[in-house]
Design a protein around this ligand. Structure first.
Ligand code: XCC
Length: 654
């Protein structure tokens, strides 16, 4: 196997890396070879919070003398603990800010929709709107949908600037969980307030107690999971429809040589939703034919892709590390980006081919890109203009065109509500069958495997190896983000995958319900769906009275973004054992790492773990699941469930 072939387990990715090399086009994979990570920064030991530094304070090692240990501080006296905790906390603040600012944008458009100010947008899921209204204490009575929606929009918009009290969706969590947060003083007050306070605390000379920093980071992260991210998911569902199972396709092979390819990339579904609407407009299709194309092919990349895949089955070109490679095919006529995870190098890669890189958010401009700003008041016009830019660019394609043949089928759209219906039926929607199957041991436990790609490890490999190992051991997997795309490409998101890859117990449940062993729950803000699913399992009974009692664990082995740290921290603060891989950003302080990996379990009943080896990570998660089964007294049930598929079908038929 050549060095290049070790970069990814995905054949389409390898094929395009070879092409990029032949075309003389540099990608992130080349840069990862050329530049290694800074070891001091990677372990969280570099403090650059003031102009007397940057101070490098590697952690005291066990072998160091007491005098040596005492010496290691920044100029201001900040210890390795303070520096590592501060750096970690700032990642949480940035991640929370990203998800929450996304949520603010969605809330503003939602409110404008409720007021009838934005043509092209409408309220698609009234039932969900009413559910949210009830959670917020908004009166429904015989008021119109619009009146209720205006109140919901105004209330949620006010959550960002709330100064006192509690973010309202924390009341959705199990009561015991709410109590834990209140006792520790970490119930989030307002979303922006927690981000601002954490930035303040981590300024030079403010909070210099690592425990205090880690706990306020937990409060900030909770403002993401049970605040910003949850608001995004909820309002996007109301505006665009709550996902239900839908068929889709994934990988670079979804790009078409004979059509105009427009790829939407980023995170906000606002513009992509409208583009999905107007792409079928006769005017657009006619314009494509006029330039010699068969039509316009809209495809997605990263979480914008997940959003329109979940709701419309729009094909996905790939995950994070494939964004440049989509351009390398030579057939992407326009790459349209909004916010987050867009590599600046896209502008350079686009120059090697003919692709027009189009930025659309006032918050995310890229030098060298064409900027066409999204304006919700004229969304269909903006969407058309962008599609026409792509169409016009079709004629500029060069001769260096090559589209990998790889395309995989997938079934996606497993929102928390859909899982509820699938398991219990529309009239008695509930998680009961899931709980029963966990209790009787057919399903050993639940794992959330989410997050990014990371160019420091073999693309898609850690996530896929981990997930295969989990389902083989009867652990059902919930997935989002780029990890979900890894599963899609590998064929794990089809009901048939259960028989092929899952253990006998899990396979029999998947077969009975007709679901894949890995459920795609959406984009990264939709990790809030996993919080809701976990809460629903607790509330259905029989598995303890808190999320931390569940036989469940989380992981993001290929994480790279600050958002992933915010997500991981809100899962930990919600009671989940969460394992990250690749690298761990507090290794510079054994004390801080110990607090996150061990001591948190005493207070928050959740904890972090780090394990880059996917099989070992699976073992850690399964051991945790088994520990929880034992505590619930359901470990014996599992020991009795040892029959194979044939036996199981026999039992089901009986
Ligand atoms: Fe970005 Fe959401 Fe990570 Fe993928 S998983 S690399 S954050 S696109 Ni969110």
């Amino acid at each position: 196997m050549s060095e290049l072939e070790k970069k990814s387990i995905d054949p389409a990715t390898i094929q395009m890396l070879k092409k990029a090399q032949a075309d003389g086009c540099e990608t992130i994979f080349d840069r990862a070879d050329a530049m290694k990570p800074c070891p001091i920064g990677a372990e969280g030991s570099c403090c650059k919070h003031c102009a007397m530094g940057p101070c490098r304070v590697p952690a005291p090692k066990k072998k160091d003398s007491a005098a040596e240990k005492g010496k290691r501080t920044g100029l201001c006296g900040a210890t390795a603990e303070t520096i590592a905790a501060r750096n970690f906390a700032r990642m949480v603040a940035a991640g929370t800010a990203a998800h929450s600012d996304h949520a603010r944008g969605v809330t503003e458009v939602f409110l404008a929709t409720a007021k009838g100010e934005v043509p092209g947008f409408s309220i698609k899921d009234e039932q969900k709107l009413y559910q949210i209204a009830m959670d917020l204490g908004v009166e429904i009575g015989d008021r119109s949908v619009q009146e209720v929606a205006v109140d919901v929009g105004q209330k949620l918009l006010a959550e960002f600037g709330r100064q006192k009290g509690e973010v309202p969706f924390v009341k959705r969590a199990p009561l015991k969980r709410q109590e834990i947060w209140r006792n520790l003083g970490i119930t989030p007050r307002g979303i922006d307030r927690e981000v601002v306070e954490l930035m303040h605390r981590t300024h030079m000379g403010v909070d210099q107690d690592y425990n205090s920093l880690l706990l306020s980071a937990a409060r900030c992260a909770l403002a993401d999971g049970w605040g910003g991210s949850m608001i995004s998911t909820e309002l996007q569902d109301v505006l665009f429809g709550t996902p239900v199972p839908v068929f889709g396709q994934i990988n670079l092979g979804v790009l078409k040589k004979d059509e105009v390819n427009v790829v939407v990339h980023g995170h906000e579904p606002l513009l992509p939703e409208i583009m999905a609407d107007v792409v079928n407009d006769p005017e657009i299709q006619a314009a494509a034919k006029a330039v010699g194309a068969k039509g316009v092919n809209l495809a997605g990349m990263c979480c914008s892709a997940n959003e329109i895949l979940m709701r419309h089955g729009i094909p996905v070109a790939g995950n994070f590390l494939q964004q440049e490679l989509a351009v390398v095919t030579g057939v992407v006529d326009a790459m349209v980006v909004d916010i987050q995870c867009e590599m600046q190098s896209l502008a350079q890669v686009a120059k090697c081919y003919h692709t027009k890189l189009i930025t659309t958010s006032p918050k995310a401009k890229i030098e060298g890109a064409l900027h066409i700003e999204f304006d919700e008041h004229r969304a269909p016009q903006v969407a058309k203009r962008i599609l026409l830019e792509g169409i016009e660019n079709f004629k500029n394609r060069k001769t260096n065109i090559e589209v990998p043949p790889d395309v995989t089928d997938q079934v996606v759209g497993f929102s928390h509500e859909t899982i509820n219906y699938l398991l219990g039926g529309v009239f008695r929607a509930s998680y009961r069958p899931l709980n029963d199957n966990i209790i009787n041991g057919r399903i050993r436990g639940i794992a959330g495997v989410v997050g990014c790609n990371n160019a420091r490890v073999t693309h898609d490999d850690p996530n896929l190896t981990l997930i295969k190992e989990l389902i083989k051991n009867d652990v059902i997997v919930l997935t989002t983000g780029c990890s979900a795309m890894t599963c899609g490409k590998a064929g794990l998101l089809t009901p048939e995958a259960a028989l092929k890859y899952a253990g006998g117990g899990l396979a029999s449940v998947c077969e009975a319900v007709g679901i894949p062993p890995v459920l795609h729950m959406g984009a990264c803000v939709d990790n809030s769906r996993i919080l809701m699913a976990a809460t629903a399992v607790v509330k259905d009974g029989g598995l303890g009275d808190d999320i931390s009692d569940l036989p469940a664990a989380g992981a993001a082995l290929e994480w790279m973004s600050e958002k992933a740290i915010a997500i991981g921290h809100y899962f930990v603060a919600s009671g989940v054992f969460t394992v990250f891989g690749t690298t761990w950003p507090t290794m510079g302080s054994e004390v801080v790492t110990h607090a996150l990996f061990e001591e948190f379990e005493n207070t928050l009943k959740g904890k972090w773990g780090f394990e880059p080896d996917p099989l070992k990570a699976a073992q850690l998660m399964i051991a945790h699941i088994d520990k929880k089964r034992k505590a619930l007294g359901i470990d014996k049930a599992r020991e009795r469930v040892l029959f194979d598929m044939a036996k199981r079908r026999e039992l089901d038929a009986a």
